[in-house]
Each structure stands twice: as C-alpha cells, then as structure tokens.
Design a protein around this ligand. Structure first.
Ligand SMILES: [Zn+2]
Length: 214
C-alpha cells in the first residue's frame, strides 16, 4: 500500500478532470475495451463519490473519469443512511480509496422540497419521499431562523444546500468510526463540494483531512 496515492493527489486528479470537462476538452479516459478487460477481475478505484441522484450530476462525466476510477453512491439530496455509510466504509476499508467527495449541486430538487416542507400550508409528501428529504430540513430551518425577514418562498436555496452539505460531512464523521479514524490518521480526506449546473464547475465547500484546494 506504499504506492497508494495520497488524498491530495487524488483530489488534484479530480479537479483536473473537472477542469477538462468545464473547458469542453474531455479526454474520456479509460473507457475502452482494454480497460474493461483489465478491470474484469478486480477494481482499484481512486476515490469514492457520494452525490445527489440528479440526472445532471453524472459522476464520471463531470470529472472526466473512466471505468473503475470512481466508487459511486448517489441518492436524492445526498442524504446519509446506514446503506450510504456502509457503502462508503466498503470503499475505504476494502478498496482503500483515500478520498471521499460529497457532491451537492445548485437547483437541487430535494433541497427545494425540504424548504417547501417548512411552509405552514405544505402538502403532505408520500412517506418515503418525506423520509428521504427530512434530514435536509434542519438546514432549511437554520437558514430560516438566522434571518427574521426570510420566508420559505424567499429563502436562499443555495445557502440551505451548503448548510446541508456541511451537515452531511459532519454526520458522516459521527456515524462512522472507520471513516473518522482514517481521517484522523491522515490516510483519508473528505471533500464536500458544490456542482454548478450552468458551467459544470465543482467548488469545494468543506475539506476535512489531508487535502487542500490548490
Ligand atoms: Zn439534487
């Protein structure tokens, strides 16, 4: 494991891939038949990505990655659960990834639904959809409370999204001793980042562990 890339090296690669995607100059690396055959017996992904299910957030495309590069977990609003934490622990402990990217985005429907649910006249949501977005509601309430003038209609959804992203990273650390232990020992970093739909840029919002944005 001595030749394992550092969290910083993996994050730099992710940023370079995103820069190619943003510039409209993707390499589409490692997507050929040779790569497919090479990987048939084992995978050694460089990073785990936990992001929103939004169809515009296609992980390998926006980071210009290929087969076997990213271990991807996604659900609506990138909301932690035992299934999510278990999958990420697998990526860290068994596949030895040194980076987890938690990827939120602007104009997120799950964040919007969480904000709307704080309205007095909010309609009741189907039970499973409600369970999915409920963990985002504290972030919406916090942003609402911070500004006495704010209403669910005028609330800055991007700010709620950023709060929820920070909650997600900190809840992940609390929920998993395995993940927080690797962060503490310096072998894992978590980057919480926000994706901008309009130009395709990935902007880090919070980084824990041994990585910075160059
Ligand atoms: Zn979303």
């Amino acid at each position: 494991m001595t030749d394992q890339p550092t969290p910083q090296q993996v994050w730099n690669e992710m940023l370079r891939g995103n820069a190619r995607f943003v510039a409209g100059e993707p390499l589409h690396p490692r997507q050929d038949v040779e790569r497919r055959s090479e990987l048939a017996r084992a995978q050694t992904p460089r990073a785990a990505l936990f992001g929103c299910s939004d169809s515009r957030l296609a992980a390998e495309i926006i980071f210009d990655k290929g087969l076997g590069d990213l271990f991807v977990v996604r659900n609506a609003g990138q909301v932690n659960s035992s299934s999510v934490i278990g999958s990420l622990e697998y990526a860290v402990a068994v596949l030895n990834v040194s980076l987890i990217v938690v990827l939120a985005h602007d104009e997120c429907g799950a964040v919007r639904a969480a904000i709307d649910s704080t309205r007095m006249d909010a309609p009741t949501l189907p039970a499973n959809i409600w369970r999915q977005i409920a963990p985002i509601v504290p972030a919406a309430r916090r942003v609402l409370t911070a500004d006495p003038e704010a209403t669910p209609e005028t609330l800055d959804a991007e700010q709620v999204g950023r709060e929820h992203l920070r909650d997600t990273v900190s809840d992940m650390l609390h929920a998993s001793e395995l993940i927080s232990g690797r962060v503490a020992s310096g072998s894992l970093a978590i980057v919480g980042a926000n994706y901008r739909l309009v130009d395709g840029t990935v902007a880090p919002e919070i980084i824990v562990g041994p990585a910075t944005t160059p």
